[in-house]
Design a protein around this ligand. Structure first.
Ligand code: HXC
Length: 279
């Protein structure tokens, strides 16, 4: 991890639970929270991935770790993993809903079960976790971070399933923030754009497609999992104590920038030609 601008102990004494925390963006978040003192619990489907991630975090950051295999689509598994975390680590202060599924598919070729599968993981899974974390977070006056995306701000081709799911996640963020603010629980979101070296980018923008995509991003590059981690550290820290219901976009300006309708060289030539014309 590069040097953090935050103090190393700002999350000391907190317990963070991250779904899908063993890899990609979510592992970046887990590492960033651990680097600032939080104990880490995670749930995912692959035991080996969880074990390796927890071992790495423990040895790098000297925090306590805990994992349980499970699928966010199974509400009983969510409840059991949260209960076990509370029993093992003592409390729950931060829930990060990062587990997600994605693949490219035009809607007319996507099976109803394919659509449903992504809604089940991204949206229903987020609800399941929030629902069963509520009692613990009420006690700790904790915070939820829902990992969203920037796809549904526009019509992103081949992403109808994920766009619908993430729009639902954003609605849930806002609604739960309104419902649970009185209990002292903050609910925020992070909407990452294209983040390098992740499963998502391998699936959505392999090879040359990725290079072309970089040129369409105002900041000219993919983001890093560390940068998403820093957003999570900010939102879960006391620096964000009065922020709730907000989804922070961390995408280098990707979603709002459109490629030029005419290449720059052509625009320059047009300007030169019009400057030469007598008025
Ligand atoms: C079309 C597909 C498909 C594909 C699966 N399906 N893959 N349809 N194209 N590539 C369909 C199947 O045919 C099936 O429908 C249904 O989806 C369920 O598929 P399963 O393989 O049985 O589901 P499951 O094993 O539960 O796997 C879930 C998954 C998988 C989402 C399909 O890809 C997965 O587990 N992904 C987790 C990892 C992941 O995706 N990470 C990236 C997240 S990135 P039928 O009708 O045949 O039964 C991300 C970032 C977004 O979210 C933002 C980027 C900017």
């Amino acid at each position: 991890m590069t040097i953090s601008p935050f103090k190393a102990d700002i999350l000391k004494g907190k317990v963070a639970f991250i779904t899908g925390g063993g890899s990609g963006i979510n592992f970046g978040i887990a590492q960033a929270l651990a680097a600032h003192g939080a104990d880490i619990a995670m749930m995912g489907r692959r035991e080996e991935v969880l074990k390796n991630a927890c071992d790495e975090i423990k040895s790098k950051y000297s925090v306590r770790t805990f994992y349980k295999t499970g699928d966010v689509r199974d509400a009983d598994m969510c409840a059991a993993a949260l209960k076990a975390t509370n029993e093992t680590l003592g409390h729950l202060d931060i829930l990060v809903n990062g587990a997600a599924g994605n693949f490219l598919a035009p809607p007319e070729l996507l099976s109803p079960n394919g659509f449903k599968t992504v809604i089940d993981i991204d949206l229903n899974g987020t609800f399941n976790m929030c629902r069963y974390a509520y009692e613990y977070l009420k006690q700790s006056k904790g915070v939820i971070i829902n990992i969203s995306a920037n796809l549904h701000y526009v019509g992103t081709l081949f992403q109808s399933h994920v766009s619908a799911a993430k729009a639902g996640v954003d609605a849930l963020t806002l609604n739960l923030a309104a419902e649970w603010g009185h209990d002292g629980i903050r609910v925020c979101g992070i909407a990452p754009g294209p983040i390098g070296d992740t499963e998502g980018m391998k699936r959505l923008a392999p090879g040359e497609v990725g290079e072309k995509l970089k040129r369409a991003i105002p900041l000219g590059r993919f983001g890093t999992t560390e940068e998403i981690g820093m957003a999570a550290v900010f939102l879960t820290s006391s620096a964000a104590a009065y922020i709730t219901g907000e989804t922070l976009v961390v995408d280098g300006g990707h979603w709002f920038a459109k490629p030029p309708m005419v290449p720059r060289e052509v625009v320059e030539k047009m300007m030169q030609a019009s400057a030469k014309k007598p008025s």
